[in-house]
Design a binder for this molecule. Structure first.
Ligand code: PNS
Length: 172
């Protein structure tokens, strides 16, 4: 069983994330999506909500390999990798800023345990997509319908409204 981990905050998952997970699923027997439980005090969705949204969006896709979603927190990613038996971390890169952010973590993780990180070029259709921009645009009434899945879109609108007012609970 060849297994990889796609870790992240996923607050919420975007079509950019889904693209990377789907492509990883073509390369590995199993993809584990690792959701960081404490995504910061500004997290819009709880870890349970984020997992639910990821599972709902994955169910919309016809993925070849097995994909499952786990949460983790308060520990090193390399320890999560060891416990899950993953051979690599897979991360998408939208550009130089992502590379600058990801490279030190990839090298540190390899230093700590030998786990490799594989960088996958992000699909150009989603180069402008980040969870934080998605939330901001939704908050002010912009249309992100092409950039997130239907379940995430509904959850964003329910939590943040259609630009009609202040952010909902937990919006930070
Ligand atoms: O979606 P994000 O916020 O870019 O994901 C970052 C994540 C979860 C991959 C990173 O914060 C992480 O690995 N956290 C676990 C703690 C850890 O191992 N930190 C040291 C990394 S070298």
């Amino acid at each position: 069983m060849r297994r990889c981990l796609c870790p992240g905050s996923y607050d919420p998952i975007t079509r950019g994330h889904l693209d990377v997970i789907a492509r990883a699923a073509r390369l590995y027997d199993e993809v584990v999506v690792g959701v960081l439980e404490n995504a910061g005090k500004n997290a819009l969705f709880s870890a349970t909500e984020r997992v639910g949204l990821i599972e709902a969006e994955l169910a919309e896709l016809d993925l070849p390999g097995r994909v499952r979603v786990v949460t983790f927190g308060g520990r090193l990613l390399v320890d999560v990798c060891r416990d899950l038996g993953v051979e690599a971390v897979v991360k998408g890169l939208r550009g130089e800023a992502d590379y600058a952010y990801e490279l030190p973590m990839a090298i540190m993780n390899r230093h700590l345990s030998g786990v490799e990180t594989l960088f996958m070029p992000g699909d150009p259709r989603y180069v402008q997509v980040s969870s934080s921009l998605i939330k901001e645009v939704t908050r002010f009434g912009g249309d992100v319908g092409a950039l997130v899945g239907p379940h995430v879109l509904a959850a964003l609108r329910a939590r943040l409204g259609d630009g009609a007012g202040p952010a909902g609970p937990g919006a930070g």
